[in-house]
Write a protein that binds this ligand. Sequence first.
Ligand SMILES: Cc1cc2nc3c(=O)[nH]c(=O)nc-3n(C[C@H](O)[C@H](O)[C@H](O)COP(=O)(O)O)c2cc1C
Ligand code: SF4
Length: 633
Amino acid sequence: MYEKILSPIKVGNVDLKNRVIYLAMAKYLSTPDNFVTDRQIAYYAARAKGGAGLVIPGACIVDPLYPSTLPMQPGLYDDKFIPGLTRLVDAVHAAGAKIFLQPWHPGVTPYGCRPEDVKQVADWTIDEIHGLQKLFADACVRIKKSGADGVEFHIAHNYLPEQFAVPLFNKRTDEYGADTVENAMRFSTESLQGIRAACGDDFTIVVKINGTDLTPGGMTPERAAEASALLEKAGASMITVSAGGGLTDLTGMSSDGHREEGWKVPFAKTVKDSVTIPVAATGDIRHPEFAERILEEGLCDMVGIGRGLFAEPEWVNKLSAGREDEMRTCISCMSCFDYCPPGKSGCAVNPLAMRESENVSLSYDGGGRTVAVIGAGPAGLEAAVTLAERKFKPVVFESEVKIGGMERIGAIPDGKSKVNWHIDYYKKQIGRLGIDLRTGTRATLEDIQKLNPYAVLIATGSDPIFPRSVKGIDKPNVAMIRDVLDDFPDISGKEIVIVGAGLTGLETAATFAARKNKVTVIDMLPEPNYESLPVDHLLAIGYAKGSRVDVRMSHKLLAVEDAAVVSENTLTNESVNIPADMVVISMGARPNDSLYEEIRDKFERVIKIGDSSSVGKIMNAVQSGFDTAVNLE
Ligand SMILES: Cc1cc2nc3c(=O)[nH]c(=O)nc-3n(C[C@H](O)[C@H](O)[C@H](O)COP(=O)(O)O)c2cc1C
Ligand code: SF4
């Protein structure tokens, strides 16, 4: 089983124990002045300990003064960073993996700066180009001094080297212009030669390139294949094939749920056909069977996995031990793009992501004590699984027939079906651990008392907010969003108004619009600050607008009529009538803690978790359930 994944391979001068790369995933973990931190080291060491053959930490800064440079990433622009980088390298080595670092320059891709403050490709003089190449070479010397096994030169994701590589960005007319692939790749091939000269023949240099930019004038599979042959000639020992970047809302690089597992693999195959060095495929590779198959079929030589290992650091260890059923599978929710403060989990399905330095471990001292868990949404399920691991005896009550709670509902809009992978994970754990699950059972005080539980965890979720005082709100054309999603109406050609431009409202709007309904979303809040919105919400706005949903902020719901909604534009105080065959209320939720209030004095330990404590995302529910279960004494 998984012979291919687990077989060794030599890349340049580096022997890798298996075919799995932890792809670069930059998190904001360095100090503001770019020193490596303990939290950062623990983050990467966990993926090495989990069995990946090669770990590539996220983008490392070569030019700190460049305006669009991402903050809080490791620095490579001064020798003062070498001791910290060495600690990182040593930790990854000690955990059993090899490590390449990724020097990075953003070029015109703006991070928190005005586009006019950055240089276009055509603006760089020849001397400045040579200066940039020297920055890369110097950075790689520091990488070598840190003890890392190699470097990954980053030509992907619309950053500087790729900007030289494609006509979309590169308007030069000299020998670095994009008229021929050879000229377009000159910035990169000369950089590789400069790195080779500075670091010596024995140092391993690999590259990451886009197989497509999904944008006219950008990288294409054919261009990537031609470029790859030149990169091999210039000294690259492996090519990792990615796609997209900032031009494509990040989803071209790290897809959300709208794309298939392994969608970038064909681009890797095109590159593989043009080179003799190993090629790594990337892109939503999640399941061991899938990875084994693409290796077996010769579509690639390595599998590059980013979020799959963010969600499940022990991916390789678990598959080699035949414990695939215990893997947490990334659901492509995009939450890992958001800033994650210390103490908070950075992943929807992995409560310990970004908390590796806390060294949380389970104590197996449950001793068969019964814990009643009321509610089988993500908080309740995560708590139950963790308690069962700890040898407690959780008994889970769920009033509905199916488990998953709001997560099940959240999987229904278009592009969200991968969320079901998380519910499937819990189903497998319930079976594996023999958890007593009582679906279709609304727990009463008597039910719980019969168990004589050591503790009761209340995971009863939330209640939707219903604007009771709005005139006409009881009309038959009004529905609550949860009911709509739970039994999604097969309608088209209707006029639908959704009240509430939160994530669920927008996703549902796009789903209705894709079925050829005319959808308007109203929300009394003003236009959001787009800089501060989480990535999933930004994408939902994009999908809604892209499907011609009419999103009207600063519009308050005043009344519902038989075939219309009356709203007030709060900026102009105008009253606006919007035709509506159906009105869907999606105004958020508040904790449902009525059971908690009812029984809190009846048992010694009654604890609210998940939405019943504080309404949040899957990530918050999972962390809440996990932490409560881990800390139960
Ligand atoms: C939070 C985050 C940060 C990333 N940072 C980098 C980076 O620093 N360098 C890079 O080459 N790719 C970066 N990527 C892209 C990943 O390396 C990978 O190519 C992409 O996510 C697709 O693989 P996956 O579906 O397995 O995650 C990042 C992706 C994510 C989600
Ligand atoms: S936060 Fe979401 S997208 Fe990121 S690794 Fe976790 S499940 Fe996957």
